[in-house]
Ligand binder design. Structure first.
Ligand code: NAP
Ligand code: ZN
Ligand code: ZN
Length: 353
């Protein structure tokens, strides 16, 4: 099948129109007409080669929502017309222990990213959701709950699951104090989800102008992280901190904000390392620093259903496909409220169909 999208041809070239082929649906495949695709900071890191290992041309996009246009003969869960989602993975080895436990993101043989591959077996590159259509194995397709706004659901497929999974794994719930660091795409989902799980939530931000939004999104308190006095005032308070920042940080003030046995989970993935944290802050109160990668397929469906039940979607600004390079520039200035979503009809209009 002929597909159209936007690709970066190299780390320093802007995204531009790109034509390529998608496979026709095989027996276990679902063909999807892409309606919306969220813009994750990981797309930018990858398109600009900031993590190394980017394979060009790179068609980013792993917050995909669309409608099923065809299914293979063996597909049982989806039918033509269904509203579906695709997140960060389109395949994995499907036989290792993590894969068998629904933790495909930790596949011991390497999962296949929705973009940047590598495809199982062939090692080929994969092309993501900044495009008009995609073919995905049934096991990696999610059901978008009935009635959910399709554009605002798209960011749940990465920002939603990346924040939901650690909140669940570390058993965040009522009676706990949770901090979320950074109010961007991930951070705003972290506020909503932690609040919906019953925790008392604080936002740590570098942007004083985001305070009112933070409260609306579920924070009961806002700490300006660049103010050492405000940071010192919350020392020893938090059970759990979810750190979404996409730039190198001094982690020590956040570690000091944890209680005894508190944990800070890093989900932000800056291209330069954080400064090494002070060991004594960890030792003295048995505090933990951990990391977490997106979430598995069963948990992603659980997250979508949880969001439907709690009336949660992403706060989005819809953009045209052609505006993607400007959107990246705004994202770097923390000027996103709180996720850009590409309306793929604008790409189809550009192509004249
Ligand atoms: P984003 O929308 O750009 O949000 C990042 C936020 O971090 C900004 O809005 C800003 O919030 C804060 N920030 C930015 N620069 C900062 C600085 N120099 N110092 C302190 N705070 C700063 O990005 P995103 O899409 O949420 O992604 C965040 C990070 O998570 C990226 O590195 C991305 O690659 C990574 N990620 C990881 C996973 C995973 O599975 N672990 C999944 C998806 C994304 P304030 O204005 O509130 O300070
Ligand atoms: Zn992402
Ligand atoms: Zn595996």
């Amino acid at each position: 099948m002929h597909a159209h999208g936007y690709a970066a041809q190299s780390a320093d070239s802007p995204l531009a129109p790109f034509h390529f082929e998608r496979r026709d649906p095989g027996p276990g495949d679902v063909a999807i007409d892409i309606l919306f695709c969220g813009v994750c900071h990981s797309d930018l890191h990858t398109a600009r080669g900031e993590w190394g290992g980017t394979r060009f041309p790179c068609v980013p996009g792993h917050e995909i929502v669309g409608r099923v246009t065809a299914v293979g003969a063996e597909v049982t869960k989806f039918k033509v017309g269904d509203a579906v989602g695709v997140g960060c993975m389109v395949d994995s080895c499907r036989r290792c222990e993590p894969c068998n436990s629904g933790l495909e993101q930790y596949c011991e043989n390497g999962f296949t990213g929705t973009y940047n591959g590598p495809e199982q077996g062939t090692g080929a590159n994969t092309y993501g959701g900044y495009s008009d259509r995609i073919t995905v194995r049934e096991e990696f397709v999610l059901r978008v709950p009935e009635g959910m706004d399709l554009a605002a659901a798209a960011p749940l497929l990465c920002a939603g699951i990346t924040t939901y999974s650690p909140l669940r794994h570390w058993r965040v719930g009522p009676g706990q104090k949770v901090g979320v660091v950074g109010l961007g795409g991930l951070g705003h989902m972290g506020l909503k989800l932690a609040r919906a799980m019953g925790a008392e939530v604080t936002l740590f931000t570098t942007s004083p102008g985001k305070e009112a939004d933070a409260r609306r999104l579920g924070a009961s308190r806002v700490v300006i992280s660049r103010d050492p006095e405000q940071m010192a005032a919350v020392a020893g308070e938090f059970d759990f901190i979810l750190n979404t920042v996409a730039a190198p940080l001094n982690l020590d003030p956040y570690i000091q904000a944890l209680k005894t046995d508190g944990a800070m989970v890093l989900v932000g993935a800056p291209s330069e390392p954080h400064q090494s944290p002070g060991v004594f802050n960890l030792i003295m109160r048995r505090r933990t620093i951990a990391g977490s990668l997106i979430g598995g397929i069963p948990e992603t469906q659980e997250m979508l259903d949880f969001c439907a039940e709690h009336g949660i979607v992403s706060d989005i600004e819809t953009i045209a496909m052609a505006d993607i390079n400007q959107a990246y520039d705004r994202m770097l200035k923390s000027d996103v409220k709180y996720r850009f979503v590409i309306d793929m009809q604008t790409l189809k209009d550009e192509l004249g169909h």
